[in-house]
Design a protein around this ligand. Structure first.
Ligand SMILES: Cc1ncc(C[n+]2csc(CCOP(=O)(O)OP(=O)(O)O)c2C)c(N)n1
Ligand SMILES: [Mg+2]
Length: 644
């Protein structure tokens, strides 16, 4: 560890210099009025006159060698973060400077964000592709307040984000000139504690190092989630004490929890004996191996899979994928296995949203249920993202992806040749039903093919025609887009879809798609996002971040000029009261004036075209935008669309 160099300017000499400057100011002021010479630049002017008094005994130290924040960067580097996403904030100015200078602005590289919600949502999207968190720096109060919704989304989605917030904890050193009083907080993480997995406030550098390693482990152990570390500004900015013995602690990630051997054997027995077993999966697969294992198990049993699409879990065009036939397969099943099925209940029931909400159980009475989920290992009380309680017959508090290999082994061990033969029949029927559903989706996609504004299915097909030969990755939500890509395209690889936002917070899609595209960049993948208009309006400046950092991403606007989901809710209420639906537009649409998203994007340095309402203009516009993305930049095509 380097020693701190001695201060180069003593306070007494410094004040002498000030006095000499004052004398020359008097002279030059006289000269100025006599000769009317041009004004000097401000930087050339000496300081204002000061009366020399006895200097205080201590010296004013102006420079130092290493500060605490340099050690914090050693820790951050040891954690292998590629990026820090951040809106600058003085409570972490020490860390900011250390990342870009001491750390050389490489691993991590500082990415300039324009909203803390975007910083965190970029981390959310990035982690879903890369399988690990990126780092976010935020101001401890106002920054974290802005970040809160995105943290909530990541928490509900069980996605790791590593957040460091600055804070001036010692009231005796706060400088009100920089707003440090309103920007300081007794317990910074308190406001997000209900929806983070862990937080800490280290009070020494050794404590910081250990807490950072602990935070990373906790964030990365299923169920994963965001963590917050508070970096006190004094700890960042004070010099590292001479002789301080600072070590970077070792990090080993724990292997994810697997289902107990007895429970796995029992599950295999139940799966083999069932007449019609079914898998329901939601936040199951993190890796390609997760997808491949589910394919292997489903094929072994010739059992259908319903994908609730929280992740890319199962190939969309695999014959056993029965997601579009949910009610039919659920009602036929006598055993249903939930794999990280966060909202298992709604796969087994349906709700009708009428004056009196009604529910209907879809599954047969007597159907047996198994759940394998790491969700059982961590639940909090306040926020209700744990969904309706389901009384299962066998529950494994374990990570489903990590448990599948042993479940496959056990199933193979118990499966007799006789039983295997009978399963083939089941598979053939399911393949036929899958094929039928796919044909139906294709024919539904043809409705209103030529209509203007453009139908969502047509837009989906036009994009497919242009990107199908790329190594593509869909980095957006698809729910508002009638799920068309999942219904029509062959998704097979784990990075081809990133699922939804977890907590349902709008404003996620634009930054998460930039974060996912950032992760895809080094793999040379082509990232495409179907971007809702209302979502982009929350924090559109993430487009500038994409342009500035050369993040290749094709954003195709699903511009229905509305918060259409909310419009439908207001229509539902108007229907309920028999008052007609025409006024439901009030407060839910963006029509007068219509927004120009191409201009918005262009103003931030993003290549953009549109608004396009004629479907025949799509192909050439998409081709031009794709060429831009392929040279390493973001591009946006604004398409005015049908509502859904
Ligand atoms: C932060 C936040 N505010 C409000 C809502 C309520 N909300 C749910 S969907 C929606 C509409 C979003 O509009 P857009 O992204 O354009 O999608 P569309 O429904 O038009 O397809 C809104 C406002 C929310 N989910 N999150
Ligand atoms: Mg919209």
């Amino acid at each position: 560890m380097k020693k701190n160099p001695k201060p180069t300017v003593g306070r007494r000499n410094f004040l002498k210099g000030v006095a000499a400057g004052a004398a020359s100011l008097a002279t030059s002021a006289e000269a100025l009025s006599a000769k009317a010479e041009p004004l000097q630049p401000v930087s050339a002017l000496p300081l204002l006159p000061l009366v020399e008094t006895d200097p205080p005994p201590e010296t004013e130290v102006l420079t130092e060698g290493r500060s605490g924040s340099d050690f914090m960067v050693d820790i951050i580097k040891a954690l292998n973060f590629e990026y820090v996403c951040s809106v600058a904030g003085s409570s972490f100015r020490g860390l900011h400077e250390s990342v870009i200078n001491y750390g050389g602005n490489e691993n991590p590289e500082f990415l300039t964000c324009c909203h803390e919600e975007s910083s965190v949502a970029m981390g959310h999207g990035y982690a879903k592709i890369e399988g690990k968190p990126l780092c976010v720096f935020a101001h401890g109060t106002v920054g974290l307040q802005h970040a809160a919704m995105a943290i909530y989304n990541a928490y509900c989605d069980r996605v790791p984000v590593f957040i460091i917030v600055g804070n001036v904890i010692d009231a005796a050193v706060r400088d009100s000139a920089y707003g440090e009083w309103p920007h300081s907080v007794q317990d910074a993480a308190a406001m997000v504690r209900d929806y983070t997995k862990w937080d800490d406030l280290p009070i020494s550098l050794t404590h910081f190092g250990e807490s950072a390693m602990r935070a990373y482990r906790i964030a990365m152990t299923p169920p994963m989630g965001p963590v917050v570390l508070v970096a006190d500004s004094e700890l960042q900015e004070n010099p590292i004490r001479d002789g301080a013995d600072l070590q970077v602690p070792k990090l080993t990630l724990p292997s994810p929890p697997q289902g107990d051997a007895g429970a796995v054997a029992e599950a295999a027995r139940m799966l083999i004996q069932a007449e019609n077993p079914l898998f329901v999966v939601d936040r199951y697969a993190r890796t390609q191996a997760g997808i491949d294992h589910l394919v292997e198990l489903a094929e072994l049993l010739q059992a259908p899979v319903i994908d609730q699409t929280g992740r890319m879990n199962f190939p969309t065009q695999h014959p056993l994928n029965q997601s579009s036939r949910r009610n039919a397969v659920v009602s036929e099943s006598d055993l249903i296995v939930g794999l990280e099925a966060t909202d298992f209940w709604s796969a087994l029931n349906s709700i009708h949203d009428q004056v009196h909400r009604s529910q209907r159980q879809t599954m047969k009475n007597g159907t047996k249920l198994i759940s394998i989920t790491a969700g059982d290992l961590s639940t909090k009380a306040n926020y209700q993202d744990f969904y309706r309680y389901v009384g299962v017959d066998l529950a494994m508090a374990a990570d489903a992806e990590a448990t599948l290999p042993s479940l496959i082994e056990e199933t193979k061990r118990q499966l007799t040749a006789d039983r295997k033969r009978t399963l083939q029949d089941r598979g053939a029927k399911l393949a036929e039903a899958h094929d039928h559903a796919l044909q139906q989706s294709r024919s539904e996609a043809m409705y209103a093919w030529d209509v203007s504004p453009v139908s969502t299915a047509r837009l989906c097909a036009e994009v497919w025609a242009q990107i199908k030969d790329e190594d593509w990755s869909v980095v957006s939500l698809l729910r508002h887009f009638s799920w068309w890509p999942l219904r029509l395209w062959p998704f097979e690889k784990h990075y081809q879809y990133i699922g939804a936002q977890g907590g349902g917070g709008v404003g996620y899609n634009a930054p998460a798609s930039v974060g996912a595209a950032l992760a895809n960049r080094k793999h040379g993948r082509f990232s495409v996002s179907f971007q809702d208009d209302g979502d982009l309006l929350f924090a559109p400046a993430v487009l500038w971040t994409a342009a500035h950092h050369r993040i290749p991403l094709l954003s195709v606007m699903h511009n229905n000029r509305a918060y259409h989901e909310e419009l439908m809710h207001v229509q539902r209420m108007a229907n309920r009261h028999n008052r007609g639906v025409d006024r439901a537009k009030i407060g839910t649409t963006f029509e007068d004036p219509a927004m120009d998203f191409a201009k918005l994007a262009q103003s931030m340095g993003v290549y953009a075209e549109g608004p396009i309402s004629d479907p025949n203009e799509l192909a050439p516009a998409l081709r031009r935008a794709i060429a831009v993305v392929k040279r390493g930049e973001p591009a946006l095509v604004d398409v005015v669309t049908q509502p859904r």
